[in-house]
Design a protein around this ligand. Structure first.
Ligand code: UDP
Length: 253
């Protein structure tokens, strides 16, 4: 059997050439990194949960007419996606202050923002993904004005969709990051939601208790990341049949 071709290995995912031209297999690893990969650990079961959660969100977005790169889940750790050219921006949408905006602007974590705020960071690990303005994006040609209009409208639609889905299961969507890809179809290009949508790239707080159910559990050493992501999957009704090991040995009678 021929060995498949690895296209790219990132911090949390590996990409392989897909079975047909224009397709890619996304393999979700168990690796967790934070602070630009200064903190690293392997969290058993994280990849399985993110694969299933990302499938759930991408399918839901497709159903409300938001285009995504997702084609189908292949197995517990892999999904087939459309190959696209990733725009080198991290699109961050914030509903409540937390993380870098709290530090930058001195706003208490948890403060509701007057309206959703969309920020752009230039995707470059070596530079630590710096915040950029639309001026930089236009001047350096990372995206056109038309792209930026489309990106803003996609980001706000994703925000409304995810906020509603999480609210229905008692979770507050504090903020999230998405990436956008271009797909060329003849003379046209289409923008689609790419990469992943998972608790690795969102801030999710329980509405009643404020408990964190996202990657801050790992960043800030707040307990078991698998337990937090499993809770999100359980509430959304997508917990895999064979839940990942909880990380602690269990006594068997
Ligand atoms: N985020 C991400 N990848 C990044 C940077 C941020 O997924 O490289 C997500 C992060 O999980 C949070 C949101 O984007 O949900 C806003 O992150 P923030 O700018 O507050 O950065 P942080 O506090 O993580 O440094």
């Amino acid at each position: 059997m021929a060995r498949r071709k690895k296209i790219y290995e990132g911090k949390a995912k590996t990409l392989y050439e897909g079975p047909e031209p224009g397709t890619i297999v996304q393999y979700f690893k168990d690796d967790a990194t934070a602070f630009n990969a200064e903190k690293h650990d392997v969290i058993e079961g994280k990849g399985v949960l993110n694969n299933i959660l990302s499938e759930f969100f991408m399918l839901g977005l497709g159903q409300i007419g938001v285009p995504t790169h997702f084609l189908k889940r292949l197995n517990m750790r892999e999904q087939l996606v459309r190959s696209c050219e990733i725009i080198p921006l991290e699109i961050i949408v914030r509903n409540y202050a937390a993380g870098s905006i709290s530090k930058r602007l001195g706003i208490d974590e948890g403060t509701q923002l007057p309206r959703p705020i969309v920020e752009y960071c230039y995707k470059d690990d070596a530079l630590g993904d710096p915040l950029v303005t639309e001026e930089h994006i236009a001047a350096f040609g990372w995206a056109s004005q038309q792209d930026m209009d489309d990106i803003l409208s996609l980001a706000l639609r994703v925000n409304d969709f995810l906020s509603g889905v999480f609210l229905a299961v008692g979770i507050r969507l504090v903020d999230f990051k998405i990436e956008i890809g271009r797909i060329y179809e003849g003379d046209f290009q289409r923008l689609v939601i790419a990469d992943e949508i998972s608790p690795d790239s969102c801030r999710l707080w329980d509405i009643n208790t404020g408990q964190k159910l996202d990657k801050d559990v790992f960043r800030r050493d707040l307990g078991s990341l698998t337990d937090a992501y499993s809770e999100v999957a359980r509430r959304l009704g997508v917990m895999p049949n064979n839940p990942p090991a909880p990380g602690k040995p269990t006594l068997v009678n």
